[in-house]
Design a protein around this ligand. Structure first.
Ligand code: FAD
Length: 402
C-alpha cells in the first residue's frame, strides 16, 4: 500500500492518519475534509466554547507542529462528491480525482433540521461556525431560548444558556427525556436537574411549526398541543444523520451509516470510522453506530490498523463504548449499552445527592454503567462489562467499593 485517502478531516480521520504514521506507514496520505479548519474538537461547542470559558484557539485537536509532521496531502475546504469502491477512486467537488490503495471513510454526521426554510435565529450545533453564531446570540440580553430536543446536545445547550442567565424552554417529544437511552428512572433524574436549574421543560410534546416576526427572525415556537412559546433563539437538537449521500452508487452498503464487517472493513481496502461507521460489535451481538468522541478515536486507530493488516492480522473491533456529558456542575458518564427495560440499581452514592453510579442489567449480566460525578467508579464498573461479569457478582463487587 503506497497511497491512502482519508475522507473526513475531523476526529476519526485525524486519528487514522496519526496511527498510520505512528505504525510506520511512510506513503502518501490524502486528507480530504469539507471544513476549512484543521481538525478541531466538537466537545466544547456546546460547553466551554459556547459559555466563553475556553478560547477558540484551545479547541484544536492537534498542534500545528504535530499536524505538519504528519506530512499529509491536504485537501481542506473540499467536499468529496463521489467514490468507487472497486477502483478506490475519490472524486472531489473541484473535479480532481484522488486514487488510493487504501481508503478510510470518516465523514461523520450532520444535525437533523426542523424544516427546510427556517427563519433567522434558528440554529443547529455541529460546527465551529454554528457555535460562534449561537454564542453571539447568547451574549445579547435578554434572550428567550427554546431548545428543541432534550437529548445530550440539547440538554448541554440548555445548561449553557442558563449559565448566561437566559430564559430557557426545552421541548421534548418523550414523556421522560433520555428514557430510551437511560430508562425512565434515570431520565427523570436528568429532567429534575434541569427543572431545578429553572428550565421550563415541556415533555410529551412536539413542534408544530415556527412563527417569524416581521423582520424575518423567529418569534415563537408552536407546539403540537397548541401552546405557543415566545422565542428569540431556537436551538434544534433532534439527532444526526450520517453523511453517506456522496457514497450512493459507490458499491458500498449504506444503511444508517456505512455498513462494515466486524473489523471495520466496508469493502476490500476500504474502512470506515467514527460517527458514520456501522458495524457488528461482537461483544454485544448487535449492529452499532456510535456517535461519541471516544468511539471516533478508537475506531480511527482500529481502521488504520485494519488497512495495514496482513492476512491473519485482522482484529474485530469490539469495544465497550463510553461517553460523557457536562450539564451545569454535573458530569454524566455512560459506559456500555444500558438496557432501559432491564434492572437498574444505584450501587454507589444516591440519586438525591446527584452523585451516584448505577448498574444496568441485561440477560443476567451487567450491560451498562451510568455515573454522575463518579468518574472513578464508572471506569471501575466498566471493566465488569469488559469482563462479562454476571449481575449478582457485579452487585457484590460494587458493594465492596464504597
Ligand atoms: C456540540 C457537540 C458536543 C459533543 N459533545 C460530546 C461529548 O460531550 N461526549 C462525547 O462522547 N461526544 C460528544 N460529541 C460527539 C463527538 O464530537 C463526535 O462523536 C465526533 O466528533 C465524531 O467524529 P467523526 O470524525 O466521526 O465525525 P465528525 O466530527 O462529524 O467529522 C466528520 C468530518 O467530515 C467532513 N465531511 C462530511 N462529508 C464530507 C465529504 N463528502 N467530503 C469531505 N469531508 C466531509 C465534515 O465536514 C466533518 O469535518 C459532541 C458533538 C457535538 C456536535
Amino acid at each position: 500500500m503506497r497511497t491512502v485517502a482519508i475522507v473526513g478531516g475531523s476526529l476519526a480521520g485525524l486519528r487514522t492518519a496519526e496511527t498510520l504514521r505512528k505504525d510506520g506507514f511512510d506513503g502518501v496520505i490524502h486528507f480530504i475534509g469539507e471544513e476549512t479548519h484543521p481538525p478541531y474538537d466538537r466537545l466544547p461547542l456546546s460547553k466551554e466554547l459556547l459559555s466563553g470559558k475556553l478560547p477558540q484557539e484551545n479547541i484544536s485537536l492537534v498542534s500545528d507542529e504535530n499536524f505538519a509532521a504528519l506530512e499529509l496531502q491536504l485537501h481542506l475546504g473540499v467536499r468529496a462528491v463521489g467514490f468507487d469502491a472497486a477502483s478506490k477512486l475519490v472524486s472531489l467537488e473541484t473535479g480532481e480525482e484522488v486514487a488510493a490503495d487504501g481508503v478510510c471513510l470518516a465523514t461523520g454526521a450532520r444535525p437533523r433540521q426542523l424544516g427546510d426554510d427556517n427563519p433567522q435565529g434558528v440554529y443547529v450545533l455541529r460546527t465551529l461556525e454554528d457555535c460562534l453564531a449561537l454564542k453571539a446570540e447568547f451574549a445579547v440580553q435578554p434572550r428567550r431560548v427554546v431548545v428543541v430536543g432534550a437529548g445530550f446536545i440539547g440538554a448541554e445547550v440548555a445548561a449553557t444558556a442558563r449559565g448566561y442567565g437566559l430564559e430557557v424552554t426545552m421541548v421534548e417529544l418523550l414523556e421522560v427525556p433520555l428514557s430510551r437511552v437511560l430508562g425512565e428512572k434515570m431520565g427523570q433524574v436528568m429532567a429534575d436537574i434541569h427543572l431545578e436549574q429553572g428550565v421550563d421543560l415541556r415533555v410529551g410534546v412536539g413542534v408544530e411549526g415556527l412563527n417569524s416576526k416581521a423582520d424575518g427572525r423567529v418569534g415563537s415556537v408552536k407546539l403540537t398541543d397548541g401552546v405557543e412559546i415566545p422565542a428569540d433563539v431556537v436551538v434544534v437538537g433532534i439527532g444526526v444523520i450520517p453523511n453517506t449521500e456522496w457514497l450512493e452508487g459507490s458499491g458500498l452498503t449504506l444503511e444508517n451509516g456505512i455498513v462494515c464487517d466486524e473489523t471495520l472493513l466496508a469493502a476490500p481496502g476500504v474502512v470506515a470510522a467514527g460517527d458514520v461507521a456501522r458495524w457488528p460489535n461482537r461483544r454485544f451481538g448487535e449492529m452499532m453506530r456510535v456517535e461519541h468522541w471516544d468511539n471516533a478515536i478508537e475506531q480511527g486507530i482500529a481502521a488504520a490498523r485494519r488497512l495495514m493488516a496482513g492476512p491473519g492480522q485482522e482484529r474485530p473491533f469490539e469495544p465497550v463504548p463510553w461517553f460523557w456529558s457536562d450539564q451545569y456542575d454535573r458530569k454524566l458518564q455512560l459506559a456500555g449499552i444500558p438496557s432501559p427495560q432491564g434492572e437498574v440499581e444505584v450501587v454507589t452514592g444516591s440519586l438525591e445527592e446527584r452523585r451516584f453510579a448505577a448498574l444496568y442489567e441485561k440477560d443476567g449480566k451487567v450491560s451498562g454503567v451510568l455515573g454522575m460525578n463518579r468518574p472513578r467508579h464508572v471506569m471501575k464498573y466498566r471493566q465488569l462489562i469488559v469482563d462479562g461479569v454476571g449481575w449478582d457478582d457485579a452487585l457484590e463487587f460494587a458493594s465492596t467499593q464504597g
